[in-house]
Design a binder for this molecule. Structure first.
Ligand SMILES: Cc1cc2nc3c(=O)[nH]c(=O)nc-3n(C[C@H](O)[C@H](O)[C@H](O)COP(=O)(O)OP(=O)(O)OC[C@H]3O[C@@H](n4cnc5c(N)ncnc54)[C@H](O)[C@@H]3O)c2cc1C
Ligand code: SF4
Length: 478
């Protein structure tokens, strides 16, 4: 029987190349994939026990009505599932792909907690909205009536775009300013394409542009236009600029060539994915191919760097982190993925310095152990004296996290209040800042966080802005 199957396969394989072109083979692949995805989504959705205590929903920052859209999917009522899912989430197919579900919805699924493996909520969410795009259920933005008020949004990341979407649907005139040449923020230039395909982000950008959102790209507020000018041009302003100031390592030799910042490394890789010319990549500076790569950091950005380096054909990839596996900030799922792909994690280790001359050729590594808990209850890493060793490296990527830029200084608005960490002070529900009519959302308020939180903030800020416009419009009309 096995031989017959094999023979049949060989015969079919022989006939195929002459008769079928690449597009029909791609079509076949697409159909097989669809069938598989349909089956998987139905299987997973029907695993939901409709437990009545939807911890998954309460642990989703958007409080998505997960049990109900799982039920509709299990019953094959996909369009209704889509309608329900998009009612609370502006970009469900994006969250389905890149939320750390193990820390949010799926980590709190009662089936997971009873030891039977979570319902794969994220992949069902992705499946529902991908299907909606394919079937034409995702409708263009067409407001019932146009409103005269305009809102300026600074930053085209998920926070800014979620707000733009909500405001535009209500007929508000929306202009989004961004210093990059493409919209999407870190969804476009930070998160690698193997986690979030760029056409998925681009079709959302296109949907917003087609729905009447004006994008002013390559426009850095504070350089190409002043913040005051933006305030003068709009009835309300939303600041959603994210956090981009990389935390640097302070150690001897850190200025050597070959020691780079995570954001530069990932942006270059994403730009190459778009087919852009990137001088620093083409010269080899930001290309890991054939190199011994060391990534320093234990968060999700570090995980993206190690997995990108593997894909670029690095000779070896090691990740140094000063605490242990249990105490790292990044997702355990991402660590497992990276390990499967060949990344070596060197726990309890930190850089003491870098060797080489003009070009780095190694990292002097200090071994650490976990000591007494600090004020937050987290065990502090301590140096083990005399245990240093040299780790050879041709490319070192610093992935120690990000801080906000000093916006009040850069933009010349000292009245814009910030916290002691430099994030913008904003009301946690309305997102209004210390400046009337100016709101803030996403990482610039929370510090480095997640796409799903930025979406939530953007949606909430849009609602508050609508309230403000209604109020000030009514006052102006009196
Ligand atoms: C490498 C990496 C991987 C990540 N992976 C994940 C993940 O898998 N899942 C997840 O949920 N989250 C992930 N995150 C976090 C997530 O991307 C952010 O929390 C989210 O994008 C924040 O959204 P935002 O809208 O606040 O800011 P951003 O996405 O940072 O967008 C801000 C935008 O503002 C623009 N801007 C900044 N200053 C100015 C200015 N002066 N003038 C004009 N424009 C300006 C920027 O160009 C940018 O486009 C990752 C982050 C990084 C760095
Ligand atoms: S938005 Fe994120 S946390 Fe919420 S259901 Fe989707 S994947 Fe889970």
């Amino acid at each position: 029987m096995a031989t017959q199957k094999m023979l049949k396969f060989v015969t079919v394989g022989k006939e195929m190349p002459e008769k079928r072109d690449a597009s029909s083979r791609a079509q076949d692949f697409h159909e097989i994939y669809r069938e598989y995805a349909d089956r998987k989504a139905a299987e997973q959705s029907s695993r939901c026990s409709q437990c009545g205590v939807p911890y998954c929903q309460s642990h989703c920052p958007l409080h998505n009505n997960i049990p109900d859209w799982l039920k509709l999917t299990a019953e094959g009522r996909l369009q209704e599932a889509y309608e329900l899912s998009q009612a609370t989430n502006t970009f469900p197919e994006i969250c389905g792909r890149i939320c750390p579900q193990d820390r949010l919805c799926e980590g709190n699924c009662v089936i997971e907690q009873s030891g039977h493996g979570t319902v794969t909520i994220g992949s069902v969410e992705k499946y529902i909205t991908d299907t909606a795009w394919e079937e034409g259920w995702v409708k263009p933005i067409r407001p019932h009536r146009e409103r005269p008020e305009s809102v300026g949004i600074i930053g085209a990341g998920p926070g800014g775009l979620a707000a733009a979407d909500m405001l535009r649907r209500q007929g508000v005139q929306v202009t989004v300013y961004d210093r990059y040449d493409r919209a999407g923020g870190l969804m476009t230039y930070g998160i690698p394409g193997f986690k979030l395909e760029k056409d998925v982000v681009e079709r959302r950008n296109a949907q917003l542009a087609e729905g009447g959102v004006t994008f002013v790209l390559n426009c850095s507020v504070g350089e190409d236009i002043t913040f005051d000018a933006i305030r003068g041009q709009h009835d309300a302003v939303l600041i959603a600029t994210g956090v981009y100031k990389a935390r640097d390592i302070e150690a001897p030799g850190v200025g050597a060539r070959g020691i780079v910042k995570a954001v530069d490394y990932l942006t270059a890789s994403n730009r190459k994915g778009f087919g852009d010319e990137v001088a620093a990549f083409d010269s080899g500076e930001l290309d890991a191919s054939g190199k011994r790569v060391v990534v320093i950091g234990g968060g999700d950005t570090a995980m993206d760097c190690v997995r990108t380096a593997i894909r670029q054909g690095a000779l070896s990839v090691k990740c140094l982190y000063r605490r242990d596996r249990a105490n790292m900030p990044g997702s355990q799922r991402e660590v497992a993925n990276a390990e499967e792909e060949g990344v070596e994690f060197v726990w309890l280790s930190a850089p003491k310095g870098f060797t080489g001359g003009v070009d780095v050729d190694g990292v002097m590594v200090q071994r650490m152990r976990l000591g007494a808990p600090d004020a937050t209850g987290r065990q502090s890493p301590e140096i083990i004296e005399g245990a240093d060793y040299l780790e050879p490296a041709d490319l070192v990527v610093q992935a120690l996290g990000f801080e906000p830029e000093a916006l009040p200084t850069l933009w010349g608005v000292p009245e814009l209040k910030v916290t002691r960490w430099g994030t913008i002070k904003a009301d946690f529900r309305t997102h209004e800042t210390s400046l009337p009519g100016v709101y803030a959302a996403g990482d610039i308020v929370r510090g480095a966080s997640l796409v799903v939180w930025a979406i939530r903030d953007g949606r909430e800020a849009a609602e508050a802005i609508l309230g403000y416009l209604n109020q000030t419009g009514a006052v102006a009309a009196e």
